[in-house]
Design a protein around this ligand. Structure first.
Ligand code: BGP
Length: 498
């Protein structure tokens, strides 16, 4: 295996890892925490979807309730992250720990104290916390009482929460991300997790059971209005963060995937462009350029979508552009205008299978070069610093002799992606950092499984919640440790175990 001994990455490159509160913390009702929308979603599998229940039912299993118990293990976990050499930990604050129902006047002090301790622990090791303000876990009270982000009142509730945490952690946290993968709201996948718009009791998480049925214009209008409210809230949060502490840097966060035309037929090329416009550029343009792009007008018009806006919104959007663009990258997809071409299995954004690429066990296309392509596309469009805040391989890990996990498949995936990031940096892209998903095993967002593992650190827990929660280092732990120590120069070779 060849080794590269030169690093293109800047010396202050932010190597780290990413987690989210609802997928790691557990302690769902401890120390005054309220229920979040994630706490109402049952476990699923690759083939049986997660479901939403209005009430918590004793006979159902809700993975976020315990997750991997980061709430009680954070010291041990952060020590392990530091041992890998991580310089940044991307994590989210569970909004419902700070405002249990979402609409209280006063925050929950115990929730504030918890994150203060977590950030202090990070700082003890010289690790920067990077905080996602809303990662698929808004207070359930806001969904139940107000209809989620479809209601404009959410902007004020969100801003109150932002002000509370910006003040509380001033000096401790410099990097903030507003809404995780906010562009999932451009399709029905984001309706529940992203917008907090509740479906009927027992409905599947992504509305896949309705996939054949088109959404009504009214449903779409509500979803796009919810997204508009998030745009406004995000822009206001950027301003507020800067006012409270000029050192704050606030990024928007997108789920990003390159979209390739399935063939070079102009119809496929136009279809790929149409999908890219809607799925990535739309939200990026609003958050970074501060205005709705021209191409959405026709889409809104033709689908009867009406977005309720206030007169001052244009100005708010212009005044609150993000400082940097962060995104998750797992795969790319193909687009075709040919209805006969079979759709491949996928996650949030379905696409046509790419005959040149392999896929993960969960059907996600693996495309490291697609990351270089995308980094260049994003940078040439926006010209602001970029950060890859999620990237990784969900796979089944089987402990071998002595409980060791030889996850060479994960190392291969990550190595290929780091190599392509390095190429992009050589191309001239301004890349701030990389926080793979994930530094530790956690609950899968789409399926609720533990079995779909992403971490460098194994957590002994199964799909039904059984296990000791013991942490152990996988081979990828040592690989990443060397990658960071060499600033991305040493990516090769086997034998990364102790
Ligand atoms: C992103 C989410 C994460 C994470 C990741 C992997 O969409 O931001 O929360 O879970 O995808 O997806 P999954 O957990 O479904 O495998």
């Amino acid at each position: 295996m060849s080794k590269e001994h030169r690093s293109a990455f800047p010396p202050d490159f932010l190597w780290g890892g990413a987690i989210a509160a609802n997928q790691t913390e557990g302690a769902w009702r401890e120390d005054g925490k309220g229920e979040s929308v994630a706490d109402h979603i049952t476990a699923g599998t690759k083939t049986s979807p997660r479901r939403f229940t209005e009430k918590i039912r004793a006979e159902e299993f809700y993975p976020s309730h315990q997750a991997v118990d980061f709430y009680h293990h954070y010291k041990e976990d952060i020590a392990l992250f530091a041992e890998m050499g991580m310089r940044v930990l991307r994590l989210s604050i569970a909004w419902s720990r700070i405002f249990p129902e979402g609409d209280e006047e006063k925050p929950n002090e115990k929730g504030i104290a918890f994150y203060r301790n977590v950030f202090e622990e990070c700082r003890r090791y010289g690790m920067e916390p990077m905080v996602t303000l809303s990662h698929y876990e808004m207070p359930y009270g806001l969904c139940r009482k107000y209809g989620g982000w479809g209601n404009r009142k959410l902007i004020d509730f969100f801003l109150r929460y932002c002000e509370t945490v910006f003040q509380a952690y001033a000096g401790q946290v410099r990097f903030w991300l507003t809404f995780n993968e906010m562009n999932t709201l451009v399709s029905r996948f984001g309706t529940l997790l992203g917008a907090g718009i509740l479906p009927e009791d027992g409905r599947d998480l992504f509305g896949m059971d309705k996939m054949g049925m088109p959404e009504t214009a009214e449903e779409q209008s509500r979803r796009f209005t919810a997204l508009h409210h998030q745009f406004v809230a995000g822009a206001k949060a950027v301003r507020l963060a800067h006012e409270i502490d000029p050192a704050n840097r606030v990024g928007c966060m997108l789920s990003a995937a390159g979209v390739y035309p399935y063939t070079c037929s102009p119809d496929d090329v136009l279809e790929a462009q149409r999908q890219m416009n809607r799925s990535s550029w739309f939200c990026g343009d609003v958050c970074i350029r501060g205005a709705y792009p021209y191409f959405m007008n026709r889409y809104f018009r033709e689908n009867g979508i009406e977005i309720v806006k206030d007169r001052e919104d244009e100005q708010i959007l212009r005044a609150g552009c993000a400082d940097f663009l962060s995104f998750s990258y797992y795969s790319s997809r193909c687009a075709t205008a040919d209805k006969e071409v079979v759709k491949s299995a996928g996650n949030m954004m379905l696409g046509v299978a790419n005959p040149y690429l392999a896929a993960s066990e969960w059907g996600w296309t693996i495309d490291a070069k697609g990351l270089r392509y995308l980094l260049n596309e994003l940078y040439s469009r926006y010209g602001i610093p970029l950060m890859v805040v999620e990237n990784g391989l969900g796979a089944v890990d089987e402990p071998g002799e002595g409980g060791r996990i030889h996850d060479d498949y994960r190392i291969a995936y990550l190595r290929a992606h780091v190599e392509q990031m390095r190429e992009a940096v050589e191309d001239g892209v301004e890349l701030m950092g990389y926080t793979p998903w994930s530094c530790i095993d956690l609950i899968s967002a789409s399926t609720g499984e533990m079995k779909k593992r992403y971490g460098f650190i194994y957590v002994d827990k199964d799909n039904r919640g059984n296990g000791t929660l013991k942490r152990s280092k996988k081979d990828s732990f040592y690989w990443y440790q060397r990658c960071i120590a060499s600033n991305g120069a040493d990516l090769g070779g086997d034998g990364y175990a102790d």
